[in-house]
Design a protein around this ligand. Structure first.
Ligand code: SAH
Length: 428
């Protein structure tokens, strides 16, 4: 995950690769059993395919419509409900005391406020906190909170797994199952905010959200945009637009759609300055090569005065960490600044690669990382290197675990490769 402006963040769920452990698997099946028995009394949200509507699926506009068109109520009632949920963390309509009995009964009959299931959470000594959340009986994802001087950043997932198959990303080894609903995305924020005692506009523990967890957020456009609108709404979490960052591997047409339909900070996973290398690391580059990607980033930045774009660059030993790569990167970033007509319109975030079992990539030595950074700095570019945080609770990059019921067979292929590799190592 990355940063907006100078905000550098260190964790990332995209690394959530690690094979499912025994304890995680049993924790997930326990939740499965629990939610199966609970579902007898507690209705499951509409997003999970049942009759009742989950209020978490609505942003302000769609909730107003639900109140007016489906319930025959005034708009301001929707606003009251949003405040109960996102400001006071109340999910039981009976406790929403300013609504009136009749409306409360109507809501109970038609709707639920259903958050993801907390499987466990863990605190790090450095203040980092992570939650393992069950999205359905077979799938779980992690959400991580990283406090830093004067700000608190939440790293949020958008899909169960990821279909993009970037070669150095651990999420790719888990394969892909499905998109998260709006409720499942904003539910991650709700659970973290409630835990932190966040009071929007007053006691702000949560100041930034980065869509840098599992998944490609632009491949789940509508649900992500709706969830981000709740994050930025005063009736939701009241975050400033630039404090909500969407990170993409480079889905060009969707970057343009984002520019038209939402207003958030954009981060792009670049990782290589040439098409040849980038296509190896991010296969999506074959469809949308660097020139097209940069054009879309320029259009995104130009839509608003003073807008910058963050380019994430994961440093991998001997792959993209050489001086010539730094020089090519400088050229690309300078060209971006020139086209946007703003100094530092392109911000680079350097992420030392986080190894995970079975990967062929390695993290460069510290002096190589520093040398790479220096070349960028000498060219006048801001390029912070992300620190590792939360590693005592396995929350640092490459240490997070999710559970993905894979529909792409990638998990099985990866495990096969991994055990062949282990067998080879043992024989050697
Ligand atoms: N799909 C989106 C969101 C993922 S964000 C995207 O590609 O931007 C997670 C960031 O961490 C991305 O920049 C991703 O490329 C990077 N990343 C993935 N695996 C990593 C690893 N093992 N070490 C360091 N960074 C990694």
């Amino acid at each position: 995950m990355t940063a907006t402006g100078n905000n550098t963040i260190e964790l990332k769920l995209a690394d959530a690769a690690a094979p499912v452990t025994g304890s995680l698997a049993s924790a997930v099946s326990e939740v499965a059993a629990k939610s199966a028995s609970e579902s007898k009394k507690t209705p499951v949200p509409a997003s999970a395919g049942t009759a009742k509507t989950n209020i978490f699926d609505f942003d302000r506009t769609s909730l107003e419509r639900f109140f007016e068109e489906d319930l025959g109520e005034k708009k301001f009632r929707a606003h009251q409900v949003m405040k109960w949920i996102h400001h006071r963390y109340v999910t039981d309509f009976a406790e929403m005391t300013d609504l009136g009995k009749v409306l409360r009964a109507k809501l109970e009959e038609r709707a639920v406020v259903h958050a993801p299931q907390l499987i466990f959470d863990k605190a790090s000594t450095d203040g980092t906190h992570k939650w393992l959340l069950g999205m359905d009986p077979k799938n779980a994802i992690e959400t991580v909170y990283i406090p830093d001087k004067g700000r608190g950043t939440l790293c949020v997932s958008s899909q169960v797994g990821c279909a993009l198959n970037c070669t150095f990303c651990s999420t790719a080894t888990q394969g892909f199952n499905r998109n998260l609903s709006t409720a499942e995305i904003i539910g991650q924020v709700w659970i973290a905010a409630r835990h932190l005692g966040n009071v929007p506009h007053q006691q702000r523990k949560l100041t930034n959200v980065v869509m840098m967890g599992m998944g490609e957020p632009l491949a789940n456009f509508d649900n992500v945009v709706r969830a981000m609108s709740i994050m930025r709404d005063d009736l939701g979490y009241g975050l400033a637009n630039k404090r909500v960052t969407l990170s993409t591997a480079g889905m060009v047409p969707m970057i343009d759609r984002l520019a038209a339909e939402s207003d958030v900070s954009l981060a792009v996973s670049l990782h290589a300055p040439t098409d040849e290398l980038r296509s190896e690391l991010v296969p999506l580059n074959k469809k949308y090569p660097i020139a097209e990607l940069m054009d879309a980033c320029v259009r995104y930045a130009l839509r608003k005065k003073g807008e910058s774009v963050t380019f994430e660059y994961t440093l991998m030993k001997g792959v993209n960490d050489q001086p010539q790569h730094a020089r090519e990167l400088v050229r690309l970033m300078r060209e971006f600044d020139r086209r946007v007509q703003m100094k530092d319109a392109a911000k680079v975030n350097l992420i030392p690669f986080n190894p995970f079992p079975g990967t062929r990539f390695e993290r460069p030595d510290d002096e190589v990382i520093r040398g790479f950074q220096k070349l960028l700095n000498n060219a006048g570019m801001i390029a912070p290197v992300r620190r590792t945080r939360g590693d005592d609770i396995d929350a640092a990059c490459g240490q997070l675990k999710g559970q993905v019921m894979d529909r792409t067979r990638r998990q099985a292929e990866f495990r096969k490769r991994l055990s062949a590799q282990e067998a080879g190592d043992a024989a050697a």
